[in-house]
Design a protein around this ligand. Structure first.
Ligand code: PLP
Length: 392
C-alpha cells in the first residue's frame, strides 16, 4: 500500500475527523440535531452554520473522517450510497456519456440506465479489466468512467491506475466505487482516480444499522459542484446516521483484518468442494491478476462469490439452508450474509450486458469464528442437495 501519512491507517481510523470536543472534552462527537442555527445578524451565520441541509457539525465530522481515510481533501456525505451516486451523475450534462464496468452494483446500473438515460446521459458498458475493450468503448463525449474493484458480485479486479490514465487523456473523470475494498485495503485516489464513492451502509458503518453514502475527492472544483448539489437536491444523511457511521469507522481496520482472514479460508474451502464449479475471490493463490492485486490492495477483501453445480435451483437451495450466514441483501457488516444476486441484489440487471449467472451465490464474510462458517456451508450443501425447495 502507499504511504498513509505519518500515522498508520489503524490509528487514523480511530481518530479521523475528530480528536475531542474543544468545549467539553468529550472524546466522541456529539449528535447535533438542530435543523437551524441562530445568525449573529441578517445574513451572518455564526461559525458558518445556518441550516442543517446546507451544513451540520456531525455530518462534517463524518465527511472529514472519510476524506482523511481515503487520502482526499473533501468528503461529501449523503443519505445512501445511491444518493451519492445520483449526486455524481449531476456532474454530467445531457449528451455526455458514462462508461461503466460490466459488473457493477445493480442499483448503480438501474439509476444510470433507467433514470439518467431519460435526461440525455447515455451509458456504455465494458469489461474494464481489458484496456483494449476500454479503448473501443470510449467516445469523444465520454465524460465519466465508473468502476468498481473488486466488482459486485463477480469480484473482478480492475487496474485503477491504468483506467485513470486513459480517462485523463480524454478529460473524463474516473470514479471508483470503493465499497467492497474500503480505504483500509485500497485508496483509489493514490492511483489517480478523481473521485471515490462509498455505500457507507456497508463496511464503513459495519453493523447493518444505517444507510448512508460518502464521496471523496482531491479536486476543489468537483467538490464545489458536489456540495452545491448536496444542498440543492438535499439527499443528506441525518446527524444520527452520520454518528453511527463514525462509530463504525473506529473499528474498520480490525473488522476488516478478521473478515478478510475468514474469507481467505472460506474461499480455499469452497474451491475444494465438488458442489462448487467456480470461486470468485481475489485472494486465490492461482488468481491470474495476483501481481495487480498485491500492488493495489493490502488484503484481497472479505467479499466472495461462487457458482454451484445444479444451476439457480441449487444456488437457491444452498442459500435457503444456511443458519449462521443470514439470507439477506447488503454486505460489509460483522455478521456473515448470503444471497443469490440474480434474484436479489442484481435482479435489475436481468437481460442487460451485466446479467449475472443464476447459479451464483455471494457471501459477505463477517467476523464470526471461521469454523462455524465452514460448518454452516457444509450443512447447507448437504441440506440443499438433499431437499431442494420448490422454485416458483
Ligand atoms: N455500491 C455498491 C458496491 C453497493 O453494493 C451498493 C448497495 O448494495 C451501493 C453502491 C448502493 O448503496 P446504498 O444501498 O447505500 O444506497
Amino acid at each position: 500500500m502507499t504511504d498513509q501519512g505519518k500515522r498508520r491507517f489503524e490509528t487514523l481510523t480511530v481518530h479521523a475527523g475528530f480528536e475531542s470536543d474543544p468545549t467539553t472534552g468529550a472524546v466522541v462527537p456529539g449528535i447535533e440535531l438542530a435543523a437551524t442555527f441562530e445568525q449573529d445578524a441578517v445574513g451572518q451565520p455564526r461559525n458558518g452554520y445556518e441550516y442543517s441541509r446546507t451544513g451540520n457539525p456531525t455530518r462534517e465530522v463524518l465527511e472529514r473522517a472519510v476524506a482523511e481515510l481515503e487520502g482526499g481533501t473533501h468528503g461529501v456525505a449523503f443519505a445512501s450510497g445511491l444518493a451519492a451516486t445520483q449526486n455524481l451523475l449531476y456532474l454530467l450534462e445531457p449528451g455526455q456519456r458514462i462508461l461503466v464496468g460490466d459488473d457493477v452494483y445493480g442499483g448503480t446500473w438501474r439509476l444510470a440506465q433507467k433514470v439518467w438515460a431519460r435526461y440525455g446521459v447515455h451509458v456504455d458498458v465494458a469489461d474494464l479489466r481489458d484496456l483494449d475493450a476500454l479503448a473501443v468503448a470510449l467516445t469523444d463525449t465520454t465524460a465519466m468512467i465508473w468502476l468498481e474493484s473488486p466488482t459486485n458480485p463477480l469480484l473482478k479486479v480492475v487496474d485503477i491506475r491504468a483506467v485513470a490514465r486513459v480517462a485523463a487523456t480524454i478529460g473524463a473523470l474516473t470514479v471508483v466505487d470503493n465499497t467492497f475494498a474500503t480505504p483500509y485495503l485500497q485508496r483509489p485516489l493514490d492511483f489517480g482516480a478523481d473521485v471515490v464513492l462509498h455505500s457507507a451502509t456497508k463496511y464503513l458503518g459495519g453493523h447493518s444499522d444505517v444507510v448512508s453514502g460518502v464521496v471523496v475527492t482531491r479536486s476543489d472544483e468537483v467538490a464545489e459542484k458536489l456540495r452545491f448539489h448536496q444542498n440543492a437536491a438535499g439527499a443528506v444523511p441525518s446527524p444520527f446516521d452520520c454518528w453511527l457511521v463514525l462509530r463504525g469507522l473506529r473499528t474498520l481496520a480490525i473488522r476488516m483484518d478478521r473478515a478478510c482472514a475468514n474469507a481467505a479460508i472460506l474461499a480455499d474451502w469452497l474451491a475444494s468442494r465438488s458442489e462448487v464449479s467456480a470461486v470468485h475471490y481475489p485472494g486465490l493463490a492461482d488468481h491470474p491478476q495476483r501481481d495487480l492485486i498485491q500492488r493495489q490492495m493490502l488484503l484481497p477483501g472479505a467479499m466472495l462469490s461462487f457458482q454451484v453445480r445444479g444451476g439457480g435451483t441449487a444456488a437457491n437451495a444452498v442459500a435457503n439452508a444456511t443458519r449462521v450466514f443470514t439470507l439477506a441483501e447488503s454486505l460489509g457488516a460483522v455478521e456473515s450474509l448470503i444471497e443469490v444476486p440474480a434474484v436479489m441484489t442484481h435482479a435489475s440487471v436481468a437481460g442487460s450486458p451485466l446479467e449475472v449467472p443464476a447459479d451464483l451465490i455471494r457471501l459477505s464474510v463477517g467476523i464470526e469464528a471461521v469454523e462455524d462458517l465452514v460448518a454452516d456451508l457444509e450443512q447447507a450443501f448437504a441440506a440443499g442437495t438433499a431437499a431442494p425447495p420448490a422454485t416458483s
